[in-house]
Design a protein around this ligand. Structure first.
Ligand SMILES: Nc1nc2c(ncn2[C@@H]2O[C@H](COP(=O)(O)OP(=O)(O)OP(=O)(O)O)[C@@H](O)[C@H]2O)c(=O)[nH]1
Length: 219
């Protein structure tokens, strides 16, 4: 059994097919997978270390399944999260409604979790403005109202992807001292990820990444 330390738990939330997995893939592996869409089952975990002000911060990123049949499981994954990247698809107005749902959940259940609103697939808007279904200013007003950061990203081109995760790590780093004074987070179960002998894992040394796929028996 091995363990690695994760400084901040980050959860990806949002309607199915908004591009949560693609965002994580682009950020961690610098790639955009083409081919038939494969929905996430249960959740997947990846850890990535990055530098913030000469310090290393390791983010433990939980990519949840967007399908409503896995909603109860997604609730498990946001528990103890310090940041939630709530994604919506810029070309799908209903996905923003779903993003609002997750924001409400987080506000009710995870008061220490910082929220980052992420409008995905901006490359599609850049190619054809008429496909935009979610207005930038409407989301910015909502973000201001709830005290969230707001980004528009493209996993296809990489636009703003690093910026989202860098901001998450910077905010965590700036708040870490305050958190540590409030509660001994570095020793809480949320900041260590422990592998059990039966876990499925892959280690990517280049990115100091460890991936765990949680195969859901509800599938
Ligand atoms: N053009 C474009 N397509 C994208 C982008 N991000 C994701 N997609 C496509 O959108 C589809 C869904 O992407 P995923 O990353 O699997 O979506 P998800 O939110 O993880 O989906 P679930 O696992 O069902 O929750 C795939 O066909 C992707 O190729 C993007 O930035 N630009």
């Amino acid at each position: 059994m091995s363990a690695m330390r994760v400084d901040a738990k980050v959860v990806m939330l949002g309607k199915e097919s908004v591009g949560k997995t693609s965002l994580v893939e682009r950020y961690v592996h610098r790639r955009f997978l083409v081919g038939p869409y494969q929905n996430t089952i249960g959740a997947a975990f990846v850890a990535k270390a990055l530098n913030v002000n000469d310090k290393v911060v390791t983010l433990g990123i939980w990519d949840t399944a967007g399908s409503e049949r896995y909603e109860a499981m997604s609730r498990i994954y946001y528990r103890g999260a310090r940041a939630a990247i709530v994604c919506y698809d810029l070309t799908d107005s209903s996905s923003f409604g779903r993003a609002r749902f997750w924001v409400k959940e987080l506000q009710n259940c995870e008061e220490h979790c910082k929220i980052y609103l992420c409008g995905t697939k901006s490359d599609l808007i850049e190619a054809d403005r008429s496909v935009r279904q979610v207005d930038y200013h409407d989301v910015q007003d909502f973000a201001d109202e709830i005290g969230a950061q707001h980004f528009e990203t493209s996993s296809k081109t990489g636009k703003n992807v690093d910026e989202v995760f860098q901001k998450v790590a910077e905010d965590f780093s700036n708040c870490a001292l305050e958190f540590m004074q409030g509660e001994n987070l570095l020793q809480s179960e949320n900041t260590y990820f422990r592998l059990t002998p039966g876990s499925v894992c892959f280690r990517d040394n280049a990115f100091q990444a460890l991936t765990l796929s949680v195969i859901c028996c509800l599938a």
